[in-house]
Design a protein around this ligand. Structure first.
Ligand code: IMP
Length: 200
């Protein structure tokens, strides 16, 4: 069986594990930027998730010479006009921690009623092959912002996000449950189809 290589343009080991488990049982092996030293630094200066994902995937695919995926993701809170959006990682300022971001979000929503705490996670995955555009896919997960931080699993805004149909936050739910319903899980499953089509 010929093994084909796909590169995930990330240094994040959790994102790598997610894609590896999705492509288990296929003849596709997933590598990350760690396997291609000297990858260019790509600044996430785009105004949309898609712009950032495409910018990263294009640059990394030129560097790797392989079919390369990159994702950009974040949280959009309805009552905050969809903020923090593309600024999710640095919502509380440069160098801030996940806890700082969550504290800022809870503070901003302090007097906001249950009905007005709607939010969604978005993940956009772009696929390029040696600088050439192959496809772009998107996944969303709807839910609401909790009244306090709860749970130890996951990362980022997981302790303050309650997915629709659940009472627990993402950080209280097992990883397998999150992967089934999460924005990134959905986007990566759609990306898998595009990758398989591109390799046919
Ligand atoms: P990036 O796509 O790695 O740039 O992530 C942007 C930011 O969005 C992260 O730093 C997190 O704050 C947030 N984020 C993205 N996906 C998730 C998730 O699945 N759970 C919690 N926070 C997330």
């Amino acid at each position: 069986m010929t093994v084909v290589t796909v590169v995930l343009g990330t240094q994040n080991p959790d994102k790598l594990k997610e894609l590896q488990s999705l492509l288990k049982g296929t003849s596709i092996q997933v590598l990350s930027l760690k396997d291609f030293p000297g990858a260019p630094e790509v600044e996430e200066t785009g105004k949309t998730f898609e712009a950032n994902a495409r910018k990263k995937a294009r640059a990394y695919s030129r560097h790797t010479g392989c079919l390369t995926l990159a994702d950009d993701s974040g949280l959009m809170v309805a009552i905050l006009n969809d903020k923090p959006g593309v600024y999710s990682a640095r919502f509380a300022g440069p160098g801030c921690s996940y806890a700082d971001n969550n504290a800022k979000l809870l503070r901003l929503l302090k007097n906001t009623s249950e009905a007005k705490r709607k939010a969604k996670f978005v993940s956009v995955v772009a696929i390029y092959s040696a600088g050439r555009f192959v496809g772009v896919v998107k996944g969303e997960c709807h839910g609401k912002i909790a009244h306090e931080s709860r749970g130890k699993n996951g990362f980022g805004y997981d302790p303050v996000f309650i997915p629709k149909g659940f009472k627990k936050t993402f950080a209280e739910l097992p990883r397998g449950v999150k992967n089934k319903i999460s924005h990134r899980g959905k986007a990566l499953r759609a990306a898998k189809m595009k990758v398989l089509q591109a390799l046919l």
